[in-house]
Design a binder for this molecule. Structure first.
Ligand SMILES: NC(=O)c1ccc[n+]([C@@H]2O[C@H](COP(=O)([O-])OP(=O)(O)OC[C@H]3O[C@@H](n4cnc5c(N)ncnc54)[C@H](O)[C@@H]3O)[C@@H](O)[C@H]2O)c1
Length: 258
């Protein structure tokens, strides 16, 4: 019988790594000794986080300006991350935009931008780092989906399409990647206290309380509570887990409260 290998400490790219869930992923992975490439639109925040991670955890960290909506930027970002950190062994695609647009507000431009960032980016990042993943034992990928992959919300059909698309896409990618010993899974957060969610709640009186009534654990989640699930899925502790969705929502999809 095969025995579990030690958790690999290969470098991980984290998109959207300067804020919220991505930021928490960078921090908990670095705590476990993994070098991190923090990609974000906000270069200053990414570089400041990389500097504090290296100082606090003694691992290599790179902060990089990458717009994951651009295929050219993705390809340059993978090359720069490899140059700085060495052969890559993990990816967390956390960059995302909520892109609120009802049917009346929908345009081909806002539809395409949300699709490009939330969904298209991930397979093209994987393509650009595939040789690294194949060469690194224990390589794994996590895409950050959402409970909106499953719940219907009139405000965000585009967002929901990207998140449902990610679940389906990752099951398909898992089939090919398994041939190379690479695992891929999706994590679906519920309502997590990040700038994305809290920004929206500021303009919606009573919404936070409505969320809390529905959630079985009675509160919003913290970014770190998603990040530790991501770290598990990227580690060899999860060596027999691929092509699945891990819901991290405090009991939201399953709730009849509200
Ligand atoms: N917060 C929640 O309640 C929640 C729930 C379910 C899913 N999610 C998902 O979690 C992920 C992270 O969201 P968050 O809540 O931490 O949001 P956030 O806004 O705090 O962080 C998102 C980060 O992505 C970056 N980003 C946006 N567009 C980018 C681009 N084109 N290229 C590179 N970086 C880009 C932003 O600059 C930001 O730093 C998203 O995919 C989101 O859809 C969040």
């Amino acid at each position: 019988m095969a025995t579990a290998q030690p958790t690999p400490l290969s470098p991980v790219i984290i998109t959207g790594g300067a804020s919220g869930i991505g930021r928490a992923c960078a921090e908990v992975l670095a705590e476990a000794g993994r070098p991190v490439a923090i990609w974000d639109l906000d270069a200053d925040a990414a570089q400041a986080l990389a500097a504090s991670i290296t100082r606090d955890h003694g691992v290599k960290a790179l902060g990089l300006a990458v717009d994951v909506g651009s295929l050219e930027a993705i390809s340059a970002g993978v090359a720069a991350s490899r140059d700085a950190l060495g052969t890559l062994g993990g990816l967390v695609h956390a960059a995302g935009v909520s892109g609120v647009a009802t049917l009346e507000q929908l345009t081909s431009e806002n539809w395409q931008r949300v699709l490009d960032i939330n969904l298209r980016a991930q397979p093209f990042i994987i393509q650009a780092m595939l040789d690294d993943l194949k060469a690194t034992p224990g390589s794994a990928i996590v895409g950050i989906a959402s409970i909106n992959a499953t719940q219907g919300n009139a405000l965000n059909p585009t967002y929901s399409a990207t998140k449902g698309g990610m679940l389906a896409m990752n099951r398909a990618l898992a089939d090919e990647l398994a041939n190379y010993g690479v695992r891929i899974n999706s994590v679906s957060p519920g309502q997590i206290a990040t700038p994305m969610l809290l920004g929206g709640l500021e303009h919606a009186p009573g919404q936070k309380e409505a969320f809390e009534r529905r959630i079985l654990l009675g509160r919003l989640g913290e970014p770190r509570e998603v990040a530790t699930a991501v770290r598990f899925l990227l580690s060899d502790e999860a060596s027999y887990i691929t092509a699945t969705e891990l819901v991290v929502d405090g009991g939201n999809l399953s709730s009849q409260r509200g």
